[in-house]
Design a binder for this molecule. Structure first.
Ligand SMILES: *Cc1c(COP(=O)(O)O)cnc(C)c1O
Length: 225
């Protein structure tokens, strides 16, 4: 592994550009979401200084603690919520984040919409799909997805831009990425949030538009997020 977070960032970015080319995709069609959860401002600052502006965090409280100051220092930050959300945190989530990846139930969809109207912020949203149908994992089940997309878009009025998944750790990710790609296409959703440190190059082969990469940039996390 390269020595510094900046070296590792540049390696991941060049891997992404190479995977785009290998798959006949337009250069820059995939966005790197640098996942900075558990890392503090001093770890994140060099990655910002290297030019990265799109970041992912999985906890509202943690993001509120470190990102307002970093946003002041580095204009143009785009912060993505990639972790599960409780509806009582909707207000803070809408104020803190720019994109939400984890919509998976009506209560959350409605709570976010209410806050977006109040705060006059129309955040792009992904719907999280539990492609492996794991009982402990967040996400809407594949069988319920089409109706849920329609509900979020047409009834709740959310700006749904795509789908997100986290494949089961013990399975090959390819079939899960393929399933997500198929479900997005049939719902006319252009964006796919899939692929992490271990499998982002595979995800790019299945049309990922947002890869969420943490440890390959920031290094090993000392405590589970
Ligand atoms: C932590 C996390 C990531 C990044 O994981 P790495 O394996 O460190 O790249 C991506 N997506 C979600 C939802 C996460 O919680």
């Amino acid at each position: 592994m390269a020595e510094t977070a900046t070296d590792r960032l540049n390696q991941v970015l060049s891997d992404i550009r190479a995977a785009e080319a290998d798959n006949g995709r337009t250069e820059g069609s995939a966005t790197l979401v640098a996942v900075s959860k558990t890392f503090d401002a001093d770890d994140i600052r060099p990655v910002l200084a290297a030019g990265q502006r799109v970041f992912g965090e999985n906890r509202v409280q943690e993001a509120m603690g470190k990102w307002p100051a970093l946003r002041d220092e580095f204009p143009g930050v785009e912060l993505h919520l990639i972790g599960p959300l409780q509806s009582n945190k909707a207000k803070e989530a809408v104020a803190t984040f720019d994109v939400i990846h984890t919509i998976d139930r009506e209560k959350i969809a409605k709570a976010l919409k209410t806050e977006m109207v109040k705060q006059d912020r129309d955040l792009p949203c992904f719907i999280q799909v539990n492609t492996g149908e794991e009982s402990q994992k967040a996400g809407i089940s594949p069988a319920d997805l089409d109706a849920f997309v329609a509900k979020c878009r047409d009834d709740v009025g959310l700006n749904v831009i795509g789908l997100m998944c986290i494949p089961p750790v013990e399975e090959a990710p390819g079939p899960h990425f393929a399933l997500l790609q198929k479900m997005a296409a049939r719902n006319n959703l252009a964006q796919l949030s899939m692929g992490m440190s271990s499998d982002y190059e595979i995800a790019l082969g299945f049309g990922a538009t947002h890869v969420r990469v943490g440890s390959a940039i920031f290094g090993h996390r000392d405590y589970p997020a």
